[in-house]
Design a protein around this ligand. Structure first.
Ligand SMILES: Cc1ncc(COP(=O)(O)O)c(C=O)c1O
Length: 451
């Protein structure tokens, strides 16, 4: 190490840091959040939580109250907070080399790409790293347009794709669209949502009716030459909407008949979350042409990835860089996360703990009339709250009341659905049977208080 580097590594070097708020300062934190951050950032709860530390599925707020985390920072701390292997790999990498940019190669990057190719379906082998799901979505859309030489993209209503201009245009939910549509090439087909379906019939029949809508959208709102059909395999923000069996097979067939690609958004459903398989789309026996991932991929480090077949990746001939995409530290987190996922078999764990969770939620549905439906797969389970089971009117007030009561009980949950009436659960996939039981007990107490 050159001599003039040394002063920065002396132990007595005093580092001046802005002091972080001490216990008891949570109100000051909330006030500063209100004063210095965009008001559009809407933390959950009438009195937002200020979190300060965590371990596994347990988080603590600044006032020392402990919560069982059933939402994992939006399905992101897939192995639980501060998983020792991820912590150690990240810390070590930070000490060695913190940044390179995409101008250089780092072994972590290559290893993560290799592992993703190993667990991804079909011939998906070529990877592009970004810092978020939004960027991964954008990369997939641009790539599909370059590969096909076409522009139009079919997406789904009730979807959520992120916060860039294109992703907001793709998002099929008024509450997440701050501006009017500006991308004329994005067309929305029906959400394959059996619980709120305008059609009736068997699962197969519903799958056909919903998939037919994709064809109708192509035939009535495009030039007949779509670049791609893009869909989440379970619509997450939409309220964990699980499409009927057979839908994706038909959807993929339709888009391919019209010469377009099928892009699967696995940002929420990836890495074993839905049980049994690494990716949600594998449940439906369909090989996507492009897949996007983020959230659980690096246990909370900012990583997005777009993976595709090499011949599709080759279509991107213009120059591109990502300053932070593939960063050695976030890649160290992803590498350690993927290793632990393989060792611990997160798909199997999600199946087992998901079954336990689902049983508990079904038991609640037997007792509480305001539960319209329990749905989901693996450790991605939701409860849709309604005013009345017959008429199914969504009740956001009930969902908010329940979320607040759960907070008092020390249980963190998520919200979703167009009307904010769906309780979303998605804890770490390493959650123990006892922790699942504790969460269900807290949820049951909150239900009993509210309804
Ligand atoms: C399915 C899906 N795709 C994309 C995104 C965007 O990801 P990010 O928030 O990392 O930009 C999200 C975020 O919630 C998502 O749920």
């Amino acid at each position: 190490m050159p001599e003039d580097f040394l002063p920065f590594f002396r132990e007595d070097t005093t580092v001046s840091m802005i002091s972080s708020p001490a216990a008891g300062d949570s109100q000051a934190c909330r006030d500063s959040h209100r004063d210095f951050l965009f008001p559009c950032l809407l933390p959950l709860y009438s009195e937002p939580l200020v979190l300060s530390s965590a371990q596994g599925v347990w988080v603590k707020d600044l006032d020392g109250k402990e919560y069982l985390d059933f939402f994992a920072g939006i399905l992101t701390t897939s192995l639980g907070h501060r998983h020792p292997a991820v912590l150690e790999a990240t810390r070590r990498q930070m000490e060695q080399l913190g940044h390179i940019s995409s101008l250089y190669i780092h072994p972590n990057q290559v290893e993560v790409a290799r592992k993703l190719a190993e667990i991804s379906p079909g011939g998906l082998k070529s990877c592009y790293f970004t810092n978020s799901g939004t960027e991964a979505v954008e990369t997939a859309i641009m790539l599909a347009q370059m590969y096909t030489g076409r522009q139009e993209i079919i997406v789904l209503r009730l979807s959520f794709s992120g916060r860039s201009t294109v992703a907001c245009n793709m998002t099929g939910n008024v509450y997440w669209r701050p501006l009017p549509s500006s991308a004329a090439n994005i067309k929305h087909a029906m959400s394959p949502f059996p619980y709120r379906s305008p059609f009736s019939g068997s699962e197969e029949e519903l799958a056909e009716r919903f998939a037919n809508d994709i064809e109708e959208v192509i035939q009535t709102t495009t030039n007949g030459k779509p670049a791609a059909f893009f869909a989440e395999t379970i619509q997450g923000v939409g309220g964990y909407i699980v499409p009927p069996r057979g839908y994706f097979q038909r959807a993929a067939r339709i888009i391919r008949n019209y010469g377009g690609l099928f892009i699967s958004d696995e940002v929420q459903t990836g890495f074993g979350r839905t049980g049994e398989k690494w990716f949600g789309i594998e449940h439906w026996d369909v090989e996507p042409d492009i897949m996007v991932m983020a959230k659980g991929i690096a246990n909370g480090a900012p990583v997005g990835a777009t993976i595709t077949r090499p011949e599709i990746a080759q279509a991107w001939t213009a120059k591109t860089i990502s300053t932070y995409g593939g960063n050695p530290v976030s890649m160290a987190a992803a590498r350690a996360t993927l290793e632990v996922m393989q060792q611990e078999n997160t798909p199997r764990r999600s199946t087992e703990r998901g079954k336990q969770l689902r049983q508990g939620l079904n038991a609640l549905a037997d007792r509480f009339e305001c539960i319209g439906e329990v749905r989901g797969m693996g450790l991605m389970q939701a409860i849709e709250l309604v005013e009345d089971r017959q008429r199914k009117q969504p009740s956001s007030a009930k969902a908010m009341e329940l979320i607040e009561a759960c907070k008092k009980e020390g249980l963190l949950l998520g919200l979703g659905g167009l009307n904010g009436n769906v309780i979303r659960i998605g804890p770490s996939m390493l959650i123990s049977p006892d922790e699942v039981s504790q969460g269900l007990e807290r949820l049951e107490r909150a239900f009993a208080q509210c309804f």
